[in-house]
Design a protein around this ligand. Sequence first.
Ligand SMILES: Cc1cc2nc3c(=O)[nH]c(=O)nc-3n(C[C@H](O)[C@H](O)[C@H](O)COP(=O)(O)OP(=O)(O)OC[C@H]3O[C@@H](n4cnc5c(N)ncnc54)[C@H](O)[C@@H]3O)c2cc1C
Length: 488
Amino acid sequence: MASDPHTHPSFMAWKEVSSLVGSIRTRSLVARPTTIEQCREALKYCRRNGMTICVRGAGRGYGDLALNDGQALLDMSDMNRILDIDEEKNRITVEAGTRLIDIYRAVHHRLFTLPASPTESHSSVAGAICANVNGKDAWHNGSFAHQVVRLTLLLASGETLDIDRSHELFTAVVGGIGLLGVIVDATLQLRPIPSPYVEIDRIPVPDVDALLETMARIEKSHDAAVVWVDAYARGPRVGRSVIHAAKWLARKETESQRRQALEAGYERLERHRHFGLALHEKFGPVLSLMLQGQRFMMNSFNRLYYAMCELVSETGHSSNSELFLRFNFEASFTVPPAHLVCGPRGYTVQLSFPRSSARESIIELMRICRSSPCPPVTTILRAHKADDCLISFSEDGYSLNFEFHPKKHQAAASREAVDRLIAATVRRGGKIHLAKDQVLRPEQFYRVYPRYRDLLEIKRQLDPEGLFTSDLARRVGIDPSQNTPRQA
Ligand SMILES: Cc1cc2nc3c(=O)[nH]c(=O)nc-3n(C[C@H](O)[C@H](O)[C@H](O)COP(=O)(O)OP(=O)(O)OC[C@H]3O[C@@H](n4cnc5c(N)ncnc54)[C@H](O)[C@@H]3O)c2cc1C
């Protein structure tokens, strides 16, 4: 018996869905499939009822790239099985919704790691592929695109394609923000490691020149690094930072000792995650209130943190060994969660700039930040290497990630400062990371990612009815139903 096209399948229901920091609230018809057949069924339902659909992983992007207000969402989080671990080729095959932390649980004790893992360990594999995320090892191991061996893509028509690195669609689907189809499963390349531990060096650097010189050294000697930048430092101290650099350590340990240490590590991460979320529930409004005096508060914190690291470095105790898990993922648990840092009207912006103009870029971007009525609450620098995806944030250079907590009465003026940050980035040939974005306008997007035209051309062939879209696609002017693209 043919089903009624207007009755949605039982695994679909209307729900409120908000962005990670809570500043965007939407309502969508959410499908939560457990099989590829159910994915097909959800797509078919949407096509028949003239609805669009946005594929959603774990919803851990900051902005609106996995939202689709008033339309459908395909939430892949229940398709999360590990399908195969190939220890000869060091590869893992997983369903799209598998979280990165679950891959660590499956392979880390076997002395493998997954490079390019973002700080958010609960990100899904397909979310990481479509946003082409990067980790603290990005200059060394590249972005997530470099780790993908192959994937299965379910098209709007219901057909599937097997796409490996040599396939012509590879560079469009990876980084393609979910606009071409549903990733159903993927095979990732793992890398062997000597132990699950890293040695961490904390290196305070007084200014931008010392920062870039030390980073150039660290990029040769270490495996991963992340830099806390003091965006409030001025004059000769611009670029004052603390570099946290890690290298893998060899350690004599039996497998059972390793498993035990890792199990304790996962439990600690989970505890801190709950603690962070509880903190948000209880103290969100209090922190928001405290951040009304953010210039004074963050300026004092940054000075104190730098002075403390300098002191420790002088006493020769600035290195220690710890689990990589902690180095890579813990910040998303112990540092107050993004909801808290950004507040109800807040957002993040991660922008990149080429190595050749790094010094001038950092000085200019810091000047713009200081001139904003609401300078960033946190500022993080990373090093990157280029990949060839059509929509790719990564390039041979550095990125700065800002978390902004604008005050209500200064929202427009702080947005104007963010526009100046974006303009400076575009002028220097840099990019804005879409996984973190909720501010780009069409004219800015077209200049940052001029290859969007190639992506849309491919989309016209694979998805002629424009089934797959998102709030982000509409906001930046690449939703086919809006007769985009407009002229850049
Ligand atoms: C605390 C924190 C720290 C973070 N740190 C980093 C970092 O270090 N580096 C970094 O790059 N990012 C970072 N992020 C961003 C986050 O890792 C990325 O946004 C990632 O894409 C989130 O994965 P997700 O599964 O939640 O994807 P979602 O947000 O659900 O989706 C991301 C994109 O993928 C698409 N998509 C998801 N699943 C599928 C599928 N099966 N098929 C087709 N399309 C799909 C969606 O449509 C969307 O366009 C961080 C986020 C947080 C909250």
